[in-house]
Design a protein around this ligand. Structure first.
Ligand code: 5GP
Ligand code: ZN
Length: 112
């Protein structure tokens, strides 16, 4: 289920434009609007939930399926030499959008 007031749900519905690099029935991958690396993509499930702690078995399978597809998507988008995945969880991690998302960072040697 998508949520009316969620920025990533709005992107999924096409109400906010985004630079999409991959889409299928369960996930969307688009460029982060404020890239923190030469390649900075966000992979979001087409199901609104906030945290890994909110996963049931179906959502766990969905996230597993997303992870399985990410290596090919990363490689096709300039991360041939490696990349980092980040999933911020909650305030101490600096999470700003409360729709689960996987940051894909690469295209350069990452500083940490
Ligand atoms: P978080 O800090 O929650 O882990 O990451 C949220 C990310 O979403 C940030 O890196 C931020 O730049 C990105 N972001 C927020 N709003 C938008 C938007 O409207 N479009 C795109 N493409 N990225 C966004
Ligand atoms: Zn959402």
């Amino acid at each position: 289920m998508l949520k009316d007031d969620c920025v990533f749900c709005k992107i999924i519905r096409g109400e906010i434009p985004s630079a999409k690099v991959y889409e299928d029935d369960e996930m969307l991958v688009f460029k982060d609007i404020e890239p923190k690396a030469k390649v900075h993509l966000l992979a979001v499930p087409k199901d609104h939930f906030k945290l890994l702690a909110d996963m049931d078995d179906a959502r766990a399978a969905l996230v597993g399926s997303m992870l399985k597809k990410i290596p090919a998507i990363a490689k096709q988008n300039g991360c041939e030499n490696g990349y980092r995945l980040v999933i911020n969880q909650g305030d101490d991690a600096g999470q700003t959008v409360f729709h689960l998302h996987i940051h894909i960072l690469g295209g350069q040697v990452l500083p940490w």
